[in-house]
Structures are given as structure tokens and as C-alpha cells.
Write a new protein. Structure first.
Length: 147
């Protein structure tokens, strides 16, 4: 009887230790937009008919077709964080560009990073968060139809 109680106690301890959540890595990066645009995968994936304007960059006036948010994640397992962040940013830009075209727009203006609904605004940098298995980029911007 004591032996079965001891075995049960050991098993319960092992199960509760395994159920304790590990501290997940969430490394924040501010990376250059220009480096992403220079990547050959950018031209192959992001719609060419859409122009992108970050933060307070001078943008053409036009009909505002709405504000949109994208939140793209990518597998970062076995990749350098910057590489995973580049791919997540390309995916986010692709989604914004496709949304602009679907709405009848040809530009996205006032783009800011919007990770966990917190604004990071820069004309030259974007925010990315990388963990052990996932990297993510969230963007928010206004789709416009410029003349």
C-alpha cells in the first residue's frame, strides 16, 4: 500500500512538473524595411502595382478605402531570427498589397508595426518578434486609391 502511494506521488509530481509552462522566448527586433525590399523574394511575392508608405512618409492623396491590419507568422525553427523576420515581413507586405488590390486601391499609407496592438512607427524600420519556433510581424495601414 505504501509503495503504491509513493509511486502515485512520484507520478503526480512528474505530471505537474511537465504541465508547468516554460518561459517562451519573445525577442523583439527593429529591422530595416530597405533590407526586406531588397530581398529577391519581395519582388516575387509582393504585388508590384501597389506602393507602400511607412509612418509619416509623404504619400499621394487619394480616396481612403479603409484601415487594415495584417498579422503574419512564420516558422522560425532552425532559422536565424532575422531571416524568419524577413520572411514574415514579406508575407505581411504581400497580404497588405493583395488587400489593397482587392479593395480597388493602389497604395497603402501610414503603415506602422502593430504587434499585439502596440504601435511602433518608423519610416525605415519595422518591428518583429521571434521565438523558438515562430516569428511574427503585424502591420496596420490605410488603403488608398491614388490618382
Amino acid at each position: 500500500m505504501l509503495r503504491s502511494i509513493a509511486i502515485t506521488a512520484i507520478l503526480l509530481s512528474a505530471v505537474s512538473a511537465a504541465a508547468t509552462p516554460a518561459a517562451a522566448r519573445d525577442t523583439r527586433y527593429e529591422l530595416k524595411i530597405a533590407d526586406v525590399v531588397a530581398d529577391p523574394r519581395y519582388a516575387a511575392n509582393v504585388p508590384a502595382g501597389v506602393k507602400f508608405y511607412f509612418a509619416d512618409q509623404a504619400a499621394p492623396a487619394g480616396q481612403n478605402l479603409g484601415e487594415f491590419v495584417t498579422n503574419r507568422k512564420t516558422n522560425s525553427f532552425g532559422k536565424q531570427d532575422e531571416e524568419a523576420c524577413t520572411w514574415a515581413m514579406i508575407s505581411a507586405m504581400k497580404e497588405l498589397g493583395e488587400r489593397a488590390l482587392a479593395e480597388g486601391g493602389n497604395a497603402v499609407v501610414g503603415i506602422v508595426s502593430y504587434y499585439k496592438k502596440k504601435v511602433f512607427s518608423s519610416e525605415t524600420l519595422f518591428e518583429c518578434h521571434a521565438g523558438a519556433v515562430v516569428a511574427g510581424v503585424a502591420l496596420k495601414g490605410n488603403v488608398v486609391k491614388a490618382p
